[in-house]
Design a protein around this ligand. Structure first.
Ligand code: ZN
Length: 353
């Protein structure tokens, strides 16, 4: 099998010939047809991300080992199955992989939040993932069947991008009369807008620095209002759009010092701020306003397997539609990551091995 691997952080990915694994027990070998290119792949590639005080937090300190094959948004077909999984799936089934594999025994795993496992074994981060023509899935229960007519590239984006957006919308706990500000109108932001509209009915204000992304938020995200935070004062703009009340919730898909500083100034009492993006930095908090205005700061990371099955149900019925804008071949993996890093991917990029 071929895989595009990060051999050393910051270096171009290498397409390597590896031995194709043979699934044993409840393992399944999946033929990868599409693998999404995600912002967190950039951190894996760069070997870490910025923490407080400009400090660099290394992936190797979190248990990542190089070389590794990135790619955690994997859709494809079943190629081979271990002897214990035969009854549930058949060769050729069209499936989506839930990549947020946990150890199965920690308190998070016990309540079905494997994505928050104490000892994660996520595919494409700790274990080889989907930037390859094949991937070994440790157990058939991490597979979700998808409809034959679902676009395979769009399907791939469900397992991280859309899943993260869905869990973030759930964490915002919105009501139909709420105002929601979505910061960052990239792939995740667009999906969160679609989901919030479909599932909660909240009024959506899209915020971004680029008019083109806001235009797409109108078209694909079905947002109600738009704020270009480069061209206008975002605090003033949100206050005007919410009749001086502020937002009931903000979901921040950038999550940089600058965006969250703004978030904290546009909140109505009881507002929730859901932090999702992995840009990084730090925040100074006005501590007294936290209790007096009863704000809630919530971190949201991917989603559970049950969230994914709900999401696939929405996608199977075409209630949401992921936006895939760029397609790459396996040997273009470095180019794909560079393009994403430069903010030049307008929806989601996928690799077709
Ligand atoms: Zn991801």
């Amino acid at each position: 099998m071929k895989a595009a691997r990060i051999v050393k952080p910051k270096e171009s990915l290498q397409v390597q010939d590896l031995e194709t694994p043979k699934p044993k027990g409840s393992q399944v070998l999946v033929k990868v047809l599409a693998s999404g290119v995600c912002h967190s792949d950039i951190h894996l590639w760069e070997g870490g991300y910025e923490g407080p005080g400009g400090q660099f937090l290394k992936t190797t300190d979190r248990g990542v080992k190089y070389p590794v094959t990135p790619g955690h948004e994997i859709a494809g077909t079943i190629e081979a199955i271990g002897e214990e999984s035969e009854c549930l799936f058949a060769k050729g089934d069209k499936i989506l992989v839930y990549p947020w594999v946990g150890d199965g025994v920690c308190p998070a795993c016990r309540v079905g939040e494997e994505n928050l496992c104490d000892k994660p074994k996520s595919l494409g981060i700790y274990v080889d993932g989907g930037y390859a023509d094949h991937v070994l899935v440790p157990n058939y229960r991490y597979l979700v069947k998808i409809e034959d007519d679902m676009d395979i590239n769009e399907a791939a984006t469900l397992s991280c991008s859309a899943l993260t957006a869905y869990n973030a919308v759930k964490n915002a706990n919105l009501r139909p009369d709420d105002n929601l500000v979505v910061v960052g109108a990239g792939g995740l932001g667009l999906m969160a807008m679609q989901l919030a509209k479909a599932v909660t009915g909240a009024k959506i204000i899209a915020m971004d620095l680029e008019d083109e992304k806001l235009k797409q938020a109108r078209k694909d995200g079905h947002a109600d209002d738009f704020v270009n935070s480069k061209k206008e004062d975002p605090v003033k703009a949100v206050m005007e759009l919410t009749e001086k009340m502020g937002a009931d919730a903000v979901i921040d898909f950038v999550n940089a010092s600058k965006t969250v500083e703004t978030d904290m100034q546009i909140l109505r009492r009881r507002a929730k701020v859901v932090l999702v993006g992995l840009y990084g930095g730090e925040l100074k908090l006005n501590l007294v306003t936290m209790p007096t205005r009863a704000y809630r700061l919530i971190g949201s990371y991917t989603g559970s397997l049950s969230d994914l099955t709900e999401l696939v149900s929405l996608a199977n019925r075409k209630i949401i539609k992921p936006v895939v804008s760029d397609r790459f071949k396996l040997d273009q993996a470095t180019e794909a990551l560079s393009k994403l890093k430069d903010g030049k991917i307008m929806g989601r990029g996928v690799i077709n091995p």
